[in-house]
Write a protein that binds this ligand. Structure first.
Ligand code: ASP
Length: 355
């Protein structure tokens, strides 16, 4: 008997975990239908009184219960994908998130999607979905810099603004965006720029796509880069490697010998590396590992001006692919999806990065 009760509780628990939770008490046919997919992060964390650290604490249902007035904006339902700090995110979990969001976008009854996510890896997660989803409907990543137990939690306001954006026809055709503190950023250009400040997500030379004031979307910029790569069943191992004065190239050698199919080498300046790293890159290329050269400089594109100590030749002459103005962490995701879709076809991969 006890086993049967146990099974029933698990089964019911699973149903509740997966079944959407509705904000407000009834559907309003006049309003758009928005689904919030909750993954965790500070927005859903509380400070553990025993340790003082932030721990996952709020379900998707509790998140929207803290946002009064949501039901006047849209019919909002919540689905919980996971509840983790985004420092623990992986491309495989983003793959599950992408499948879930693609399903929702394909549903005529869904007008827009909000993803609540930790801010530490939000810029990359949003870019992964920007590459693997294809819809005119708004997909809005949001989160919080202050957790739910702080004196000024920013989560509820960010959820309200994200739902306003996801429900607005003015916000269509922007691809996936990152919206905190009212500012709307393109997933491709956005970076987390401040470790603790609420106005942390910015898009540098690209600028914001727009912002939310009251219940209105102000559209001030458009997407010029949008790419789509079908989500593969398996993601290849691609390693991101920072370089710096005195780097000895050992990280490149280790990545190749531990089975990496691709490398992103974050060069200095406009994409330069020292002699030791250059020799290690040549070893990687000899083992048919795809090598992307990105730059750790905040703005601007990688230029084929630097090569190895031989002078004259550039890294692209040697077979490296330049990342353009795409930053290293995102170049890694594009290379991962590019290798999964095209293999190490340097022409196809070059096209992806020339975009
Ligand atoms: N460590 C948190 C996370 O990335 C930070 C936040 O969400 O603001 O999940």
């Amino acid at each position: 008997m006890r086993i049967r009760i146990g099974f029933a509780v698990c089964f019911l628990g699973t149903l509740l975990f997966l079944s959407p939770v509705l904000a407000g008490d009834k559907w309003n046919a006049e309003l758009p239908n928005i689904v919030i997919v909750s993954t965790g992060g500070t927005i859903a964390e509380k400070t553990d009184p025993k340790t003082g650290g932030a721990v996952p604490a709020l379900s998707g249902k509790e998140l929207i219960a803290a946002v009064p007035g949501l039901a006047e904006i849209a019919n909002v339902s919540v689905q919980q994908l996971c509840n983790i700090d985004s420092s623990q995110m992986t491309p495989e979990i983003w793959g599950r998130l992408s499948r879930k969001v693609n399903e929702l976008l394909a549903d005529d009854k869904v007008d827009g999607v909000v993803v609540t996510h930790g801010t530490d890896t939000m810029a990359e997660g949003a870019y992964f979905l920007d590459l693997t989803t294809r819809s005119d409907k708004p997909v809005v990543f949001t989160g919080a810099m202050n957790d739910a137990s702080s004196a000024n939690p920013d989560g509820p306001g960010n959820i309200m603004n994200a739902v306003i954006q996801a429900a607005s026809v003015e916000a269509r055709n922007w691809g996936v965006t990152v919206t905190l503190n009212r500012y709307i950023n393109s997933a491709r250009a956005v970076r987390k720029t401040q470790t603790i400040n609420m106005q942390t997500f910015m898009s540098g030379e690209k600028g914001y796509l727009g912002y939310i004031s009251g219940k209105k979307i102000y559209r001030i910029n458009e997407r010029v880069h949008r790419q789509y790569l079908p989500l593969p069943k398996k993601l290849p191992k691609v390693v991101y490697i920072a370089t710096y004065a005195g780097a000895d190239g050992s990280l490149v050698l280790h990545a190749v010998d531990s089975g990496a199919k691709g490398l992103v080498v974050d060069g200095v300046g406009a994409g330069n590396v020292n002699k030791a790293v250059y020799e290690a890159i040549k070893y990687a290329l000899s083992r048919k590992v795809a090598v992307i050269i990105s730059s750790s400089v905040y703005y601007g594109a990688v230029e084929p001006v630097y090569g190895g100590p031989g002078g004259g030749k550039t890294l692209s002459d040697d077979g490296c692919i330049l990342a353009g103005n795409l930053k290293g962490h995102k170049a890694r995701l594009l290379l991962m999806l590019g290798l999964a879709n095209y293999g190490n076809d340097s022409e196809k991969l070059k096209e992806l990065f020339d975009n």
